[in-house]
Design a protein around this ligand. Structure first.
Ligand code: NAD
Ligand code: DAU
Length: 337
């Protein structure tokens, strides 16, 4: 079987390719990735010379290229996206191009080439925001209420994917997952930013009052969920995927990382809040548990420490990423630090 993975050189995509090639060594994997600032071929160094792995640098908006690759694909696993909320607030256009137009190009081509399955990776951010004291959780039934350009572009892509099922019968599935963490995450996101800043002896920026809550999912647990949905998920269905943290604030996570690295709280700097900052996410993953038997196995504290250790051991990897271009982004984003 041949699986076409889009965005396979990014954080989750590369973890997924490594997971898939280990578990299904007989499969052919094609990775279509534009290599934006977030794409890093180094993540896949360990498999780049394998006969069943092919890397194609290209844009999912390029119809000709997508058509050519789609001809060989049995299934598609679509990760490619602009993924950082802060960047979407400053420059939304690329989010509309890749996340909406790019997804549409893939859908058209998948339909034309009769792929057996099109799996779309989406996010819990499409559901909007909960209040801090709200005990409810996002589920497959929650109405969409995106509140950032990134979330709106992902919501649009989800709608398009469902449309291709209902209108044209394309065999699709969707997963909406919560905040992933683990190895190979670009150091613009909260956990790798905090860890690498501390390893560099720098302060860590916390937005607003630090009380915002995310639902944290270890990336390997996410890969296992996608694997299950690809093999056993019901066509046309959506599955919410979340982790095991219960209402853990950003400040709480930063303090845990400080403890792991033996640093005191003087490293914390409160900076101006993200505009429209969603207060809380919480995901109800009972559907995928009840129907497919998936559940996160990961204990957050143990895996957070494992993740911190990974960044400690892989300094070369993240130091290269925190180069000149990243510093320019950092200065603009955190002008008050
Ligand atoms: P990432 O930013 O680390 O990687 C995105 C990858 O897509 C990069 O390799 C980039 O080069 C590639 N890409 C971007 N534009 C492209 C284009 N036009 N054509 C081809 N390739 C392109 O993102 P991630 O964190 O790995 O997220 C992967 C997917 O999972 C995204 O769809 C994101 O919306 C979704 N998601 C992420 C999280 C999270 O916590 N990271 C949570 C929920 C959902
Ligand atoms: O919920 C799933 C989403 O999780 C994915 O769809 C997105 O692709 C992914 O980027 C992530 O979005 P968030 O905005 O939640 O992740 P981020 O790491 O940017 O921020 C996590 C929380 O930490 C959020 O409340 C903002 C806060 N934060 C973030 C940064 C970068 C800070 O306080 N300081 C920071 O410097």
């Amino acid at each position: 079987m041949t699986i076409l993975v889009t965005g396979g050189s990014g954080f989750i995509g590369s973890n997924f390719i490594l997971y898939w090639m280990k578990k299904y060594p007989a499969d052919e994997v094609i990775n279509l990735d534009k290599l934006t600032y977030a794409g890093n071929p180094e993540n896949l160094k360990s498999v780049e010379n394998e006969k069943n792995y092919k890397f194609v640098r290209g844009d999912i908006c390029n119809r000709e290229l997508v058509d050519k690759l789609m001809k060989d694909a049995d299934i598609v696993c679509h990760f490619a996206a602009e993924s950082h909320v802060d960047r979407s607030i400053k420059k939304p256009s690329a989010f509309m191009e890749t996340n909406i137009i790019g997804t549409h190009v893939l859908l058209e081509s998948a339909l034309k080439n009769k792929v057996k399955k099109f799996h779309h990776i989406s996010t819990d951010e499409v559901f909007g925001s909960l209040e801090l004291d709200d005990k409810s959780k996002f589920s497959e039934e929650t109405a969409y209420n995106p509140r950032s350009p990134y979330a709106a572009s992902k919501a649009a892509s989800d709608h398009l994917v469902r449309t291709y099922f209902h209108t044209y019968g394309l065999p699709i599935t969707i997963t909406n997952c919560s905040n992933n963490f683990g190895p190979f995450q670009y150091p613009e996101k909260l956990i790798p930013l905090v860890v690498t800043n501390l390893l560099e002896g720098k302060k860590v920026p916390v937005y607003g009052d630090g009380q915002n809550i995310r639902d944290w999912l270890y990336v390997e647990d996410h890969c296992k969920a996608i694997d299950l949905v690809l093999h056993e998920g019901q066509i046309g269905e959506t599955y919410c995927v979340g982790g095991l943290t219960c209402d853990m604030s950003n400040l709480g996570i930063v303090k845990k990382i400080l403890r792991i690295l033996g640093k005191d709280e003087s490293f914390i700097t409160f900076v101006k809040d993200r505009p429209g900052h969603d207060r809380k996410y919480a995901v109800d993953w009972s559907k995928i548990k009840n129907e497919l038997g998936w559940e996160p196995v990961a204990d957050f504290d143990i895996l957070l420490e494992k993740t911190v250790n990974w960044y400690q051991k892989n300094e070369d990897w993240w130091k290269r990423l925190k180069s000149e271009t990243f510093q320019k982004y950092y200065k603009e984003q955190y002008s008050d630090i």
